[in-house]
Design a protein around this ligand. Structure first.
Ligand SMILES: *Cc1c(COP(=O)(O)O)cnc(C)c1O
Length: 362
């Protein structure tokens, strides 16, 4: 926590706004809108997953539809497709950003069109905070008139050609889960340039109540709005977001400058125009065996590290799902490792981690 969170939470208690609405929710939304810029409307929700669910619903995704989705991601990017009775179609990554490959995306669209089914949306992800190639994806999306849902759950504070991640897609989403760069313990937001889409997201997230003195419903709604107590935490967290981004980027710089001299270890550089919040520092090792040697040596010292996300097309739950693959995400999954990346790591902590890695590879 940054320090001022408890004051905002206390305000919620003092004013008795203990509800999924109130001044902190409005204040948190305003703070997000100011931070990301670009005439964006933010709707604070109970999770990033809920935001993705509502984003797809706003775009009209329903039973029998297909949605193109980056395969190399966390399962929460894809699960909401299934909530709506639609089918994910997974698309592999490009080596430059580790995110959705524009070439493969276009191939997938053309193949799906030949089967007579036009995909309803594209879900692209800024994995580990690294922006996907927005210009190329945007161009394809416009060529085929398919809207883009931008999963920016890991990328608050990242920018692409100077524009905030979360504001690039037709709809963007953020997550404030406990492991993200800022947190409300659990929470998320939907970002859109269209005021009426925000209104509709808020309407759906608060049980879809029609305007009437009694409880009347013409739509199926959800209980997805953020609590005013948690939004108080979010307001405090927004005040330290720039510091958090700086801390995560410093972790990366330290790891990279000291470990890139170690034969076989590679770090993902920022392509031109990309600024990553470096949510997690990831490293590529020469082989699965080396990756495991490092991971287990760290574990031996009670230091947690983790393999990169397992691609969705390799997940048992999605084994029957169509996928367009090129081997990139499978290779990353096999050789890559997320290093300790907390915002509060000290130089000494980082030195300790790097010492173990160097010793393992000697
Ligand atoms: C965390 C995360 C989500 C889901 O956010 P929650 O707030 O945990 O529901 C979605 N996509 C990605 C890529 C994530 O990392």
């Amino acid at each position: 926590m940054g320090g001022t969170e408890q004051e905002y939470v206390r305000e919620a208690f003092d004013s008795n706004w203990i509800a999924p609405l109130g001044p902190n929710v409005n204040g948190f939304e305003k703070a997000i809108e100011t931070f990301v810029g670009g005439d964006i409307h933010a709707a604070c929700l109970s999770s990033g997953t809920a935001a993705l669910h509502l984003a797809l619903e706003l775009l009209g995704v329903g039973p029998g539809d297909e949605v193109l989705c980056q395969s190399f991601t966390f399962s929460a990017s894809a699960n909401p497709i299934a909530y709506l009775g639609a089918t994910p179609v997974f698309v592999d990554s490009e080596p430059e950003t580790w995110n959705i490959s524009p070439a493969l995306l276009e191939e997938a669209i053309q193949t799906r069109l030949k089967t007579g089914k036009k995909p309803k949306a594209i879900i692209a992800v800024h994995l580990y905070g690294m922006p996907y190639q927005h210009s190329a994806i945007r161009e394809i999306a416009e060529k085929y008139s398919i809207p883009v849902v931008e999963d920016s759950a890991e990328a608050l504070g990242s920018t692409y050609k100077g524009q905030s991640c979360g504001t690039l897609g037709d709809i963007g989403i953020l997550s404030f889960n406990g492991n993200k760069i800022i947190t409300t313990s659990g929470g998320g937001a939907l970002l859109t340039r269209h005021a009426e889409w925000k209104e509709k997201a808020v309407f759906l997230s608060t049980q879809a109540r029609d305007v009437a003195p009694h409880y009347q419903h013409s739509h199926i709604g959800y209980n997805y709005r953020m609590s005013n107590v948690l939004a108080g935490i979010g307001r405090g967290q927004m005040e330290v977001l720039p510091e958090r981004v700086a801390a995560r980027r410093r972790n990366f710089e330290v790891y990279q400058s000291e470990l890139s001299g170690v034969p076989g270890l590679e770090f993902l550089p920022e392509p031109a125009g990309a600024f990553s919040n470096r949510w997690l520092t990831t490293v590529l090792t020469p082989s699965f065996e080396t990756r495991e040697r490092i991971r287990l040596a760290l574990e031996e010292e009670n230091i947690e590290s983790r393999p990169l996300w397992k691609p969705m097309h390799l997940q048992p739950v999605f084994s029957a799902t169509p996928a367009y693959v090129n081997g990139v995400s499978e290779d990353l999954f096999s050789r890559g490792l997320c290093l300790p990346s907390g915002s509060n790591l000290t130089e000494t902590d980082l030195e300790r981690v790097m010492g173990i890695i160097k010793k393992t590879l000697l």
